[in-house]
Design a protein around this ligand. Structure first.
Ligand SMILES: *Cc1c(COP(=O)(O)O)cnc(C)c1O
Length: 386
């Protein structure tokens, strides 16, 4: 926390705006400067102001790293070129024959990384239904070094009990990693529930405006921080300073955006649940959702993501996603604008043929912060048009 801020616990909204970014000491600039430099002058050999070369460190990046550490309640933050760069750099701390247990509807990119890229380096993994403690136990082997959880999951919005998973990880000497992309730290802080490492695709809610690709990692574990930072400098998976600036700017409004995303998603979920053309809605803010109770314990709000199955199967789903006008047909999520997609043919197409079952009648929404009435009307018109 910068020295000029009050020396007491500050609220989330305050830290989102100020943590890691005091006014610039040389000019007074209130907004973080974008340090577009690759290298730094040294007064004598080795006598620096803390920066030598921008792959190793850059002041704009440091501000973002301190900011996200504060928001997640962790000691250390690291910023990467993308969410996948953060995940890859972390997984490169593993050795051949090490094993990971992942949720069975893990983010498709993470699955592909393990299945197609890291397999040749001998890193093994097992998919499990991580809502069930017995399934997690059954998947753990003596070589298990990480439990990997996303909650809510993508695209089925299953809610995993972070505290339960942290206990299972501890009991086996493994680390619990939580991909907190869908919730964001405003809604859920996994380290407070015992997770060891948090990763983010800041491309989504943290950036919040669909204009930047960036990844983040937070941990309280000094050894993990040192190992990942060493790997990051070795492999060079770093973000540019302008991208760091964009995420710092996005985070300033994270709390207000997440409140609006959640309120709009709740209205959309209730509308869909009552609609005769909808088979099932997956959203942890509905009392009928299997994740509702755990979500109430570990999430401040249900978030802005939901999925539903439509009657009429794949044909109806494909027609529906091209009939909405405010919900834009696109991959990704977490921006202020509403998006719609067909996971089976888009984000989760790389899972085809794997054990992960994504129905062809499933539609995923990233509910934006437009007027809720307009969003409901857009969905209504799409149901009439198909
Ligand atoms: C998008 C996403 C990622 C990957 O992040 P990129 O920034 O696209 O590399 C990882 N996990 C989840 C849950 C995501 O939604």
């Amino acid at each position: 926390m910068p020295a000029n801020l009050p020396d007491r616990d500050l609220g989330f909204e305050t830290r989102a705006i100020h943590a890691g970014q005091p006014p610039d000491p040389t000019t007074g600039s209130v907004i973080p400067p974008v340090y577009l430099t690759s290298t730094y002058a040294q007064e004598q050999v080795g006598l620096t102001k803390g920066f030598e070369y921008s792959r190793t460190g850059n002041p704009t990046r440091t501000m973002l790293e301190e900011n996200i550490a504060s928001l997640e309640g962790g000691a250390h933050g690291l910023a990467f070129a993308s969410g996948m760069a953060a995940i890859t750099t972390l997984l490169l701390t593993l050795k051949p024959s090490d094993h990971i247990v992942l949720g069975d509807d893990v983010y498709g990119g993470t699955y592909r990384l393990l299945d197609r890229t890291l397999r040749q380096y001998g890193i093994a993994f097992t998919l499990a239904d991580m809502t069930r403690p017995d399934a997690v136990e059954a998947a753990i082997t003596p070589e298990t070094k990480m439990l990997w959880a996303e909650t809510p999951t993508n695209p089925l919005m299953k809610v995993l009990d972070i505290g339960m998973l942290a206990e299972r990880a501890e009991a086996h000497g493994a680390h619990l990693v939580v991909d907190n992309t869908f919730a964001s730290p405003y809604i859920q802080r996994p380290l407070e529930h015992g997770a060891h490492i948090v990763v983010h695709s800041a491309t989504k809610y943290l950036g919040g405006h669909s204009d930047v690709v960036l990844g983040l990692l937070v941990t309280n574990d000094d050894a993990v921080q040192q190992h990942v930072a060493f790997n990051q400098n070795s492999v060079g998976a770093v973000p540019g300073p302008l991208d760091c600036f964009l995420v710092l700017r996005g985070i300033k409004t994270l709390a207000v955006r997440m409140r609006e995303h959640s309120a709009n998603a709740q209205q959309v979920a209730e509308y869909l649940e009552a609609h005769p053309a909808v088979e099932r809605v997956y959203f942890p803010g509905l009392a009928s959702d299997p994740g509702y109770e755990v979500a109430r314990r570990q999430m401040r709000l249900p978030g802005g993501m939901l999925s539903f199955t439509i009657r009429g199967g794949e044909d109806a789903a494909r027609r529906f996603v091209s009939c909405t006008r405010l919900f834009t047909l696109a991959e990704s999520l977490g921006g202020v604008e509403s998006l719609i997609e067909h996971p089976g043919a888009m984000t989760h197409a790389s899972l085809a043929g794997s054990s992960i079952e994504i129905g062809a009648d499933l539609i995923r929404l990233s509910v934006g912060i437009e007027s809720a009435d307009d969003l409901l009307q857009d969905l209504d018109e799409a149901f009439s048009a198909i």
